[in-house]
Design a protein around this ligand. Structure first.
Ligand code: SF4
Length: 258
């Protein structure tokens, strides 16, 4: 039996545009791969987003998103490299029937993307050595959304991996009427602004560790990317140093938005 990991606890206080985020978080004292810090970073992002939601509610703007509405699960989801590794591990641990269903759907989505000429582009994005801007991604996002492909993790319009869905999915909430989400390319949807974006934070951490670009990997090719780059997730850091690096990136976001 493996011995439980030793943890070190820190109290955080982050000043965001919607108030002070206080949190007590524990990280392993041992050396861990960056994918192990993903749940912790996502939970910090969710706490910040909950503050933003409260702020909007007080201003009279309700969140329209609810269980069973998966209109936005037809968009191209960007996944940070550490999340791609974490997702791969999460999927390996799913019950076999669900895992097989997901992998079958994934292979059919990839076939459709190949036929429409988008698969190669998504793989190219996942392997790029240059920084891609939102403007660079816009035509690809539009072309992907035009196909209205349901995410491979959707089961009866509910996310089957809700507990470990990517940060980008957690952060996409809207205050505009839910009917508008039926066609986000045409309708003026109003997304909630997040104090900081955890997928970007994790992507910047990965860039610092690998001395590469801060990339975001399209979800349909994230598992293949994680397979090809498995060795890179073998490099480890102490939990504390990964936490510090993550907080440094979050502070960068907060400074920009202040
Ligand atoms: S991972 Fe879940 S929440 Fe995200 S797009 Fe897919 S089904 Fe929707």
């Amino acid at each position: 039996m493996s011995s439980p990991k030793q943890l070190e606890t820190f109290r955080l206080s982050l000043q965001t545009t919607v108030g002070e985020l206080q949190a007590e978080i524990s990280v392993p004292t041992s050396f861990i791969p960056i994918s192990d810090i993903v749940p912790l970073m996502r939970s910090l992002g969710e706490q910040a987003l909950a503050m933003e939601e409260d702020h909007n509610r007080l201003a009279g703007h309700q969140i329209s998103c609810h269980k069973g509405c998966a209109a936005c699960c037809r968009m191209l989801v960007p996944v940070s490299p550490p999340e791609a590794f974490a997702l791969q591990r999460n999927i390996e641990q799913l019950p076999v029937p669900l895992r097989e269903k997901i992998l079958t759907r994934l292979s059919s989505v990839k076939k459709t993307l190949e036929q429409s000429g988008l698969l190669g582009k998504l793989v190219q994005i996942s392997e790029t050595r240059s920084q891609l801007s939102d403007e660079d991604m816009e035509p690809v996002n539009q072309a992907y959304y035009a196909q209205r492909l349901p995410c491979v993790f959707l089961e009866d319009e509910v996310c089957s991996i809700y507990e470990f869905r990517p940060a980008a999915c957690r952060e996409l909430l809207v205050t505009s009427p839910k009917e508008l989400c039926q066609d986000i390319a045409q309708n003026p949807v109003v997304p909630l602004s997040a104090p900081f974006r955890i997928a970007t934070v994790l992507s910047l951490m990965w860039a610092e560790l690998t001395k590469g670009p801060a990339k975001l990997i399209p979800l349909p090719v994230a598992l293949d990317w994680a397979d090809r780059h498995a060795k890179e997730n073998q490099s480890t850091q102490t939990g504390e140093s990964l936490l510090k690096m993550g907080l440094d990136k979050i502070l960068g976001f907060l400074r920009q938005n202040s």
